[in-house]
Ligand binder design. Sequence first.
Ligand code: 8ID
Ligand code: ZN
Ligand code: ZN
Length: 349
Amino acid sequence: TIPENQWAQVVEKKGGPPVYKQISVIKPGPDEVLVKIKYSGVCHTDLHAMKGDWPLPLKLPLVGGHEGAGVVVAKGARAKGIEVGDHAGIKWLNGSCLACEFCETADEPLCAKAQLSGYTVNGTFQQYAIGKATHVSKLPKEVPLDAVAPILCAGITVYKGLKESGARPGQTIAIVGAGGGLGSLAQQYARAMGLRIIAIDGGDEKRDMCLKLGSEVYIDFTKSKDLVGDIKAATHEALGVHAVILLAVSEKPFQQAIEYVRPRGAIVAIGMPANAFLKAPVFETVVKMIEIKGSYVGNRQDGVEAVDFFSRGLIKAPFQTVPLKDLPQVFELMEQGKIAGRYILEIPE
Ligand code: 8ID
Ligand code: ZN
Ligand code: ZN
């Protein structure tokens, strides 16, 4: 039976912190499902949301979270393709109009009417979360619900970003912010795709993790005296990397990437530091034929594929599990850049 009230982490004012309290359980609308969340990853986006970092209006009070894995416990009359009892994931893209040009061409993250879990609608830092039946990810039953949770945002996003980079098997990419949640998964997807990886982040804990996850080289941005030189030196004939995957939550690497990307290479912006700009010299961009682009989560099929890589045992990234009530402490560690890999919240029964 579904209770009337539930535990949730609620951001009541911009800046937070989230408050652990009881709120009511909402009934799913006709095209929605209600998912009993077992685990939810904590993405840096949840911290950006709480801090009001982005020029995108936020729902308040807000239940954050968009890497939720659990079990469908109720559904509306028009909710198709997923049944009560199925395992399901709630992603950043909670729903979209399905009728605009972007939705029609499988670019539903670009839908102007997109609803965002843990941002414009309540997300997965609660026991019972709502998702549109068309957008929840059906998860195979044999997949562990804790480890798969970070795939639902971090995994899909880096998988999509790697495809957008155009990097081909055997080519070398730089992953900037490799020690974080997206970075740890990016290394596993990149390795599964046959790419060679230079990991860039700070500290020895992240060094050890990155070298285990499949990077050939780790460069510590807090210690290197010549980051650009060190990255180039690690590439074939010091030509630079074929692609840069930018996951860091600081502006500097976004400006720096042009200095070590190889001619014809691509710079893919995925991290979204507050008030940051991408600035590149026009001359080098032109004469090196550099491609600079953004990549934003993934469409529903990217989700299916990213989960499939995981189900096949190709993606293993470290995570630590703590109870839902500990979210404020996770945010503190994240703010300080102290998390190697991902934190996952265990949602109480
Ligand atoms: O669809 C999207 N584009 C999307 C999806 C999901 C998340 C974008 N994001 C964004 C988040 O909003 C956030 O801005 O990606 C960014 C990274 O999210 P995350 O992986 O969840 O954050 P994290 O675990 O805190 O990792 C960030 C890492 O960056 C490193 C930190 O040490 C940390 O390991 N880092 C920083 I801060 N500055 C760095 C630098 N100068 C750096 N690494 C290298 N060089
Ligand atoms: Zn996310
Ligand atoms: Zn649409």
